[in-house]
Ligand binder design. Structure first.
Ligand SMILES: [Zn+2]
Length: 427
């Protein structure tokens, strides 16, 4: 399948890139040309007139628990640990692999409406999740969610060995749930697996202050210091949340090449705190953005996360100059691609993956045309997503003003199955 997108404003997100008018050509899953309009003898299966709308790399959601869609709006307004222990873990224990497959598909419908072209996923039943993403044509990098109560370190290594290379759209990396749900011995085994396979590790770290205080009580050091000391990050990786960190923690993150995935909506709704994003950037630590799961956020909307990330960072830094719009756009595109270990999804350039979005600028919230990258972050909304393309395939568009989903099942069929799962588990 060869596609040509003409008459586009293009933001490649390459270092120092500015928006220019031109065209993009795609052959199969890869971009073959990005540049000024030019004559060509090539024959295309599809030519899309962008009508001077914006095309940029697809947004990456660097931390989520997709199948938690079944818990959306079922347990809100509770403290984090009470929420987890009373309203999340007991119900999750009732989920089957089939449930997780369908619930993940509901999340994918939502991702594409927000211009999200890949996610970093942490949940149970990774085979079922990989199948859901693969069938819908959506890119996913899963990480182990193992802890003392569910999954084992052996399973994490088994999935690492069996779930990579099966599909061009799905991958699996070493991960575990969090320090506070894993024993010291468990964490040592994760560090061994990462060492043997020379792999980065991904986990929740320092989301709430009680978690940090308990870790200090247990081991005499913060979760960041403890995990680094255990050798978990010998090959780098990323921490999800990283809200409560000390200046010493930030040094450790930098030394160990641990990236930060911030989850602003979830941190705000669960009153976990405000992450020191400005401090991370100043230290040269790469930052990406995740929605976290739909039970804690509760929506999977990268536009809302972009706004909250810069807004909360400005509040924390006490400076409106903190974390400007272009930094936020890097977080959801090129930075995220590297952190999520899909480096070919970072920018628009020949040879890169055709994971891209088209943004409708002909809507009131994007007018007048001024600084388009500021519009995206400060006034943009998912209603502006005109097209979401993954691996060269259009999964969603609003070309005719209606929401068109390009999947083998209608959204309503997926809603119905998910409603039944919700009703069975929550009553
Ligand atoms: Zn999470």
């Amino acid at each position: 399948m060869k596609t040509r997108i003409i008459n586009a404003r293009i933001l490649t997100m390459e270092e120092g890139s500015e928006i220019f008018e031109g065209e993009i050509r795609i052959d199969g899953s890869r971009i073959t040309y990005v540049g000024a309009p030019a004559e060509t003898d090539e024959v295309f299966d599809s030519v899309i007139d962008a009508k001077r709308n914006l095309v940029l790399p697809g947004f990456k959601n660097a931390h989520t628990h997709s199948a938690m869609t079944f818990l959306r709006s079922s347990a809100d307004d509770l403290p984090l640990l009470q929420w987890l222990n009373e309203q999340v873990f007991p119900f999750e224990a009732k989920l089957t692999a089939d449930d997780i497959y369908s619930l993940s598909k509901l999340a994918i419908l939502e991702y594409v409406t927000s211009g999200i072209t890949s996610v970093m996923e942490m949940y149970m039943q990774p085979e079922a999740i990989a199948q859901a993403f693969d069938e819908m044509g959506m890119r996913v990098v899963q990480v182990g969610a193992a802890n003392n109560f569910s999954q084992s370190t052996e399973l994490v290594e088994h999935w690492y060995k069996t779930l990579n290379g099966k599909s061009e759209l799905t991958g699996f990396r070493i991960g575990f749930h969090a320090e506070y749900t894993c024993s010291e011995d468990f964490i040592e085994r994760i560090a061994d697996i990462a060492e043997r396979n020379r792999q980065p590790v991904f986990t929740h770290i320092s989301e709430g202050q009680p978690e940090v205080d308990e870790c200090i009580g247990r081991y005499g050091m913060t979760p960041v210091a403890f995990l680094a000391k255990k050798g978990v990050f010998r090959y780098g990786g990323a921490g999800y949340h990283l809200v409560h960190t000390t200046p010493e923690d930030i040094e450790i993150l930098k030394e160990n090449r641990i990236a930060v995935v911030t989850n602003s909506g979830s941190n705000m709704k669960l009153a976990s705190g405000i992450a020191p994003i400005e401090d991370y950037l100043r230290a040269g630590i790469p930052v990406a953005i995740g929605t976290d799961g739909p039970a804690s956020n509760n929506c999977l909307d990268i536009f809302r996360e972009m706004f909250l990330t810069t807004g909360m960072a400005k509040l924390r830094a006490g400076s409106a100059a903190a974390v400007p719009a272009r930094e936020v756009l890097k977080m959801v595109t090129c930075n995220a691609a590297k952190i999520m270990t899909i480096p070919d999804a970072d920018v628009l350039a020949p040879g890169k993956l055709a994971d891209l979005v088209m943004i409708d600028l002909n809507q009131p919230n994007m007018q007048p045309i001024n600084k388009i990258d500021c519009n995206l972050v400060y006034s943009g909304s998912k209603q502006n997503v005109m097209m979401t393309m993954v691996h060269g395939r259009i999964l969603y568009d609003q070309f005719d003003g209606r929401q068109n989903y390009h999947f083998d099942r209608e959204p309503e069929e997926i809603y119905e199955v998910c409603q039944k799962i919700r009703d069975r588990i929550l009553g």
